[in-house]
Design a binder for this molecule. Structure first.
Ligand code: NAP
Length: 294
């Protein structure tokens, strides 16, 4: 239970559309409580096209920072004063914070890629020199491709439905990255079998829990391979089941969610909150959401 906000309480918030089912308020408020800071986190539904107005509201209201989700990541990157290194490469921001070096300036950053690498670290997996296969070519795929290549992956293969979007995603990975289209079955089989890490960055398996992205069969997975599904709800996706049936290890996207959120708290407060507290809060919020929808 949160303490009541007072006149001096700092306010951070999520902007997006929709935001009603977000677990971010639970995670961030748990982090602020654990840190013992007088901060509170809420969510604002901001209509498409209103992201720049929301960034102006940060200035006008003196908000402490923003998390940014769909459909505003690109528009927010254009509305802030400057971008951090990752957000600059990706051209999108999931975080808005006040600059420490330049008071009064708002900085956009992207914490998804660093959160992804930290989630892998939790699994004892380093991408350095390894073959990474990224399923999908949207925003999450772009963050993962950038992070994996920056962290020294041996190869990054982006598998998408749309050749132009997949190539644009792979371009973020530089010389180690290439793209292929999902309906090139032979190339997909070869890439998957050679993959040390397979990342599902499509939304397939979330609202249709029985679906596997690109209909990948279990025979294309193998032991010694890690599969990370960025989906965290359901906690076990059909892709994870299929990958495990083929001998691979599989994890969902909850750790990445928690780590990207932890980095946001660090951007805003300069303090590092305990990851376990945030993970517990996220899990509790997801199970509350499940019981509400049952
Ligand atoms: N764990 C975390 O912290 C975290 C962070 C970010 C995102 N995510 C998750 O990652 C997923 C993607 O998010 P996003 O922001 O990247 O969304 P997005 O930008 O909308 O991208 C979605 C991707 O899924 C692909 N896709 C959709 N339906 C497909 C199908 N039937 N077959 C093959 N590909 C299909 C799209 O392909 P096209 O490009 O061809 O349309 C696109 O590449 C979501 O499930 C999201 O919840 C998790």
């Amino acid at each position: 239970v949160l303490r009541a906000p007072e006149a001096t309480t700092r306010v951070a918030a999520l902007i997006g559309d929709p935001v009603a089912h977000s677990v971010s308020p639970a995670m961030h408020n748990a982090a602020f409580d654990a840190l013992g800071v007088d901060w509170v986190y809420t969510a604002f539904r901001v209509a498409p096209g209103d992201a720049a107005a929301a960034v102006a509201a940060v200035r006008a209201l003196g908000l402490a920072g923003l998390s940014v989700t769909m459909p505003h990541k690109r528009a927010v990157a254009l509305a802030v004063d400057s971008l951090g290194a990752v957000a600059g490469r990706l051209g999108v921001a999931n975080t808005v914070a006040w600059s420490r070096a330049r008071p009064g300036e708002l900085v956009g950053e992207s914490t998804d890629g660093p959160g992804f690498l930290e989630a892998l670290h939790d699994e004892g997996f380093s991408v350095e020199g390894r073959n990474v296969v990224v399923l999908g070519s949207g925003g999450a795929a772009r963050a993962v491709t950038d992070a994996a290549s920056e962290a020294g992956a041996g190869s990054v293969t982006v598998v998408g439905r749309d050749p132009a979007r997949s190539a644009s995603c792979a371009a973020l990975g530089g010389s180690v990255a290439k793209s292929l289209v999902a309906d090139d079955e032979a190339a997909l089989e070869e890439a998957l079998k050679a993959g040390d890490l397979v990342v599902n960055a499509t939304s397939v398996g979330m609202s249709d829990p029985h679906l596997v992205p690109m209909d990948l069969p279990s025979g294309w997975f193998r032991s010694g391979q890690l599969v990370m599904d960025l989906i965290y709800h359901p906690a076990t996706t059909q892709l994870m089941r299929v990958a495990e049936a083929g001998g691979a290890s599989a994890v969902n996207g909850l750790s990445m969610l928690v780590h990207q959120a932890r980095r946001q708290v660090e951007c805003w407060t300069g303090l590092i909150p305990p990851v376990e507290v945030m993970r517990d809060a996220a899990e509790a919020a997801i199970s509350r959401r499940n019981s509400e929808t049952m």
